[in-house]
Design a protein around this ligand. Structure first.
Ligand SMILES: [Zn+2]
Ligand SMILES: [Zn+2]
Length: 113
C-alpha cells in the first residue's frame, strides 16, 4: 500500500490517493492529533503503550502544516509550524487512520453481531 498522489486542499485538509484507487481526506488537525512520533503517541515496549508523561498542549501553528517530506518508499515526514517535525507517517499508518466511513467501519468492532 502506498500513496500515488498527495494534495493539499483549500480547507486545511490533505487528500491522499492510494495505489488501489482509494482516496483519504484528512483534516490537518486530525493528522497532527494522530502524529505517530513517540512524543505524541508514546512508545510501544513489550506490547504496552507508554504514553508521554505530559499531555500535548496547544501551541500556535501546531495545526499548520509547513511541509511534507517523502521518506523514500516508506511514507512522509510532516513538519508543522510550531516546529514539531518528528512525526513520520508510514503509508500503512496513514491508511490505517483514514477517516472515511468505509475505513472507520472496518476499524470499529461491530456492535451488531
Ligand atoms: Zn509528534
Ligand atoms: Zn478510507
Amino acid at each position: 500500500m502506498r500513496a500515488t498522489h498527495i494534495q493539499r486542499g483549500e480547507a486545511n485538509n490533505l487528500a491522499v490517493t492510494w495505489d488501489d484507487g482509494h482516496v483519504s481526506d484528512y483534516t490537518l488537525q486530525y493528522l497532527r492529533e494522530e502524529c505517530p512520533c513517540a512524543g505524541c503517541k508514546g512508545e510501544v515496549l513489550f506490547g504496552k503503550v507508554y504514553r508521554p508523561a505530559t499531555l500535548p498542549v496547544y501551541s500556535p501553528g501546531m495545526y499548520d502544516l509547513k511541509a511534507l517530506t517523502p521518506t523514500g518508499q516508506y511514507g512522509v515526514q510532516a513538519s508543522w509550524n510550531d516546529g514539531h517535525d518528528t512525526g513520520i507517517y508510514s503509508w500503512d499508518y496513514l491508511r490505517m487512520i483514514c477517516p472515511c466511513p468505509e475505513c472507520t467501519a472496518k476499524r470499529e468492532p461491530s456492535l451488531l453481531e
